[in-house]
Write a protein of this length. Structure first.
Ligand SMILES: [Zn+2]
Ligand SMILES: [Zn+2]
Length: 248
């Protein structure tokens, strides 16, 4: 019941946002009539975007001229490419917390659109076709019930429509895990091992799968998802997240 109530509230919030004069998603300031963006100019400028050269594998900003970041250089990843919109701080952190914890489905159209743009930029830059299928990182069913929705699933649903790529819930969380934010690097790895499995009757053989999540910190969660997909025969796995967390 709690999940249903939260879902209804979130949908109500989303409706109110479209029915009334539009406000900036970050600071609530009224937007100019005809303004097409979802945020005001000030907030748009203050979002912590990633600049300079990025890790070829996970998309983290690099200090020097190397191709891979320290983590990707040290431990091979199961995913091939990755991108993030922002650093997990300031206004970006606020936006993501609204999406996750404050019934903030109304932020999803903006966030999904930005994810699509970053993915299209990556493909254009590297002359790559778009992925074959979009897949959200699954929540444990009990957590999804409590929240009323899976924020990553809401994003992939919107992205799928915008990009005309199928979306599929390819993975299930078979084991409940502790919140990653409370754990160190090694504990994160142990916590997530064996947490995901391919859903029954899903076939990923030969497909390029894009896995979407909200935050990338050590990458342990996304790597665990990518590993399951690669073992099931996926051709390649890419990852796309809203923000890079601390510990990068
Ligand atoms: Zn604003
Ligand atoms: Zn990296």
């Amino acid at each position: 019941m709690e999940g249903l109530r939260r879902m209804a509230e979130a949908v109500g919030n989303a409706w109110k946002r479209t029915a009334y004069p539009r406000k900036c998603l970050v600071c609530d300031r009224l937007l100019e009539a005809g303004e097409k963006e979802y945020t005001c100019v000030d907030c748009r400028d203050s979002l912590p975007t990633l600049e300079g050269s990025l890790c070829r594998c996970c998309g983290k900003p690099l200090g020097g001229r190397e191709e891979l970041c320290h983590d990707c250089g040290r431990t091979p990843r199961s995913f091939r490419r990755g991108r993030s919109l922002w650093l997990y701080e300031g206004e970006a952190k606020r936006l993501i917390q609204i999406l996750k914890f404050k019934d903030g489905l109304y932020t999803a159209p903006y966030l999904a659109e930005r994810l699509c743009q970053v993915l299209e930029e990556l493909c254009a830059l590297e002359h790559l076709p778009l992925p074959d299928v979009l897949c959200p990182v699954p929540l444990h069913p009990s957590r999804e019930r409590a929240r009323g929705y899976n924020q990553a699933g809401i994003l992939t649903g919107r992205m799928a429509r915008r990009l005309s790529i199928p979306e599929a819930r390819l993975l299930v969380r078979v084991r409940k895990t502790k919140p990653m934010k409370d754990l160190g690097d090694l504990e994160r790895l142990a916590n997530i091992q064996g947490a995901f499995a391919l859903k029954k009757n899903q076939d990923v053989r030969g497909r390029n799968v894009l896995v979407v999540d909200d935050i990338f910190t050590t990458g342990a969660t996304l790597d665990a998802c990518a590993k399951v997909l690669m073992e099931a025969g996926a051709r390649e796995v890419w990852i796309l997240v809203l923000a890079l967390g601390k510990g990068i």
